[in-house]
Design a protein around this ligand. Structure first.
Ligand code: NAD
Length: 483
């Protein structure tokens, strides 16, 4: 039975612990039926200045708050978010479109991330390096300072959780720009942190025009770190801007993940799992499996299993729990996906399933599989960011590895094999930041996540993620003057 939609909240800036309505900006659209469900405000320069000043005050308090006290506040916020899971999940399905079960899982995942970061924040140990007589070198790890964070529309809760969890656990304050299209989850997160007793100014939200906000915040001398999740094109612009102001940056960008299915893998299991991996968030995931490179000996069986599973998938309104896939998140995605499929087919690709928008209203697009996609088709080199799988065959593993590494992207990669030797070779040779073998989970709270090449740099999650929010200071102390 369809879940009743709750009222969409009024989206407001959260600056220095206070909600501020501001000037009205663009509407928020429900991607299932294209109805207008709300609007975001558009931050002005004076609101951005106020956010920076609030973050400075927040940072002064938070950096001196003990890790144990930070841990308690962060965990209380997590407790509240878990308690409010239905509110989060329904609003996230309303503005983003993903099925309600996936929204609930995302809330739990976001909570796990913040909880893990909070606990790791208790262990931001430095070290003492032996010096000569009367000399002691102490390595301190300190919070980097104020963080400007930009999170995307595909994961409205778990992506900000990465940024908020890492920054707060390290003792930083942050200014988050949530996504224009899916702002509700970040708003609910800020509410939970406020209710948990986070001091004013430690977490601030500003909504509006992304280019105006990033240009302002990156240039502001008080901001010390940029963290962005989004497209490679925008990531390169922001990284260049950060470089101009000598600011470190964490860039979690696009991918075009290869999946190498070796001759010794079970083609039926791999084919069915591939569909589950592909339909998550309607394929709008930076680690979505996209290029299926299947050994020729099992390619027919793999493809048959893939297509059989696709036929069982129900697509529709994310608020109806019977649906396993919702609409694409916005019109840009719908148009881009349709154009990529049409381009591939016009250039000779074979359409195995899907390929055409469902209905005239809303952004429903079916799971689509293409075979024999020529190299000059756009989708062969551009990230589809949608429910499209490309299936091709290989004879020699060398060729599959060569194809997998041939694009400028290097975020996630997947492989299916029963051979430890093959798995080891793939681990050595695939140019990706995350490789999953025999499954499709690419990241957890405790594991480092991020890319190589055009997929970005820096890591989120794990001890490596927390390290990005800290700077190292060496203190050399001459404790005895030589006589
Ligand atoms: P886009 O490049 O216009 O925007 C992507 C994100 O970047 C949005 O959240 C937007 O708010 C933000 N953004 C855009 N310009 C910005 C700026 N100047 N400063 C700060 N933030 C800015 O693309 P889109 O149409 O929203 O999404 C399409 C592409 O984005 C996809 O094909 C995919 O490659 C990429 N994407 C990647 C992820 C990811 O998880 N890595 C998430 C969302 C989108």
């Amino acid at each position: 039975m369809k879940i009743m939609a709750s009222a969409y909240p009024e989206i407001a800036h959260f600056i220095g612990g206070a909600w501020q309505r501001g000037v009205q900006g663009r509407p928020v659209i429900n991607p299932y039926d294209e109805s207008v469900i709300g609007a975001i405000p558009r931050a002005t320069a004076s609101e951005l200045a106020a956010a920076v000043s609030a973050a400075e005050s927040g940072f002064r308090i938070w950096r001196r708050t003990s890790p144990a006290a930070r841990y308690k506040i962060m965990n209380e916020a997590v407790r509240l978010m878990r308690e409010r899971i239905e509110e989060f999940a329904v609003l996230m399905t309303l503005d983003q479109g993903k099925p309600i079960a996936q929204s609930r899982l995302e809330v739990l995942r976001g909570c796990d991330i913040i909880e893990w970061d909070a606990a790791e924040g208790l262990r931001t140990y430095g070290r003492v390096i032996p010096g000569g007589a009367g000399m002691r070198h102490t390595v301190l790890r300190q919070p980097v300072g104020i963080v400007a964070a930009f999170s995307p529309w595909n994961f409205p809760m778990s992506s900000p959780a990465r940024k908020i969890g890492g920054a707060l656990a390290a003792g930083c304050a942050l200014i988050l720009k949530p996504p224009e299209e899916t702002p509700a989850a970040a708003l609910l997160m800020a509410r939970a942190f406020a209710d948990a007793g986070l001091p004013p100014g430690v977490l601030n939200l500003v909504f509006g025009d992304p280019a105006e906000i990033s240009a302002y915040l990156i240039a502001d001398p008080a901001v010390r770190l940029i963290t962005f999740t989004g497209s490679t094109a925008v990531g390169k612009q922001l990284a260049a801007l950060a470089g101009r102001h000598m600011k470190p940056a964490v860039m979690e960008l696009g991918g075009h993940a290869p999946v190498i299915v070796c001759a010794d893998a079970d083609p039926r299991r791999a084919g069915a799992l591939a569909v589950e991996g592909k339909l998550r968030n309607a394929g709008q995931v930076c680690v979505a499996p996209t290029r299926f490179l299947v050994h020729e000996a099992i390619a027919d069986e793999f493809t048959a299993a893939f297509l059989a599973k696709v036929r069982t998938i129900r697509i529709g309104d994310g608020l109806d729990p019977a649906n396993q896939m919702g609409p694409l998140a916005n019109r840009r995605r719908l148009e881009s996906i349709q154009a990529m499929v049409d381009d591939a087919v016009a250039k000779g690709a074979r359409l195995l399933c899907g390929g055409r928008r469902i209905g005239e209203r809303g952004y429903l697009f079916p799971l689509t599989a293409l075979a024999d996609v020529p190299p000059d088709a756009k989708i062969s080199s551009e990230e589809p960011f949608g429910p499209i799988a490309m299936i091709s065959r290989f004879q020699h593993l060398d060729d599959a590895i060569g194809t997998a590494n041939s694009l400028p992207y290097g975020l996630a990669g997947y492989a299916f094999t029963e051979s430890a030797a093959t798995a080891d070779r793939l681990a050595e040779e695939l140019e990706v930041g995350n490789l999953s073998i025999n499954h499709f989970t690419a990241s957890l709270a405790e594991t480092p996540f991020g890319g190589v090449k055009d997929s970005g740099y820096g890591r989120e999650g794990g001890v490596e993620g927390l390290a990005c929010y800290m700077v190292v200071k060496n203190v050399s102390h001459l404790t005895q003057r030589p006589d």
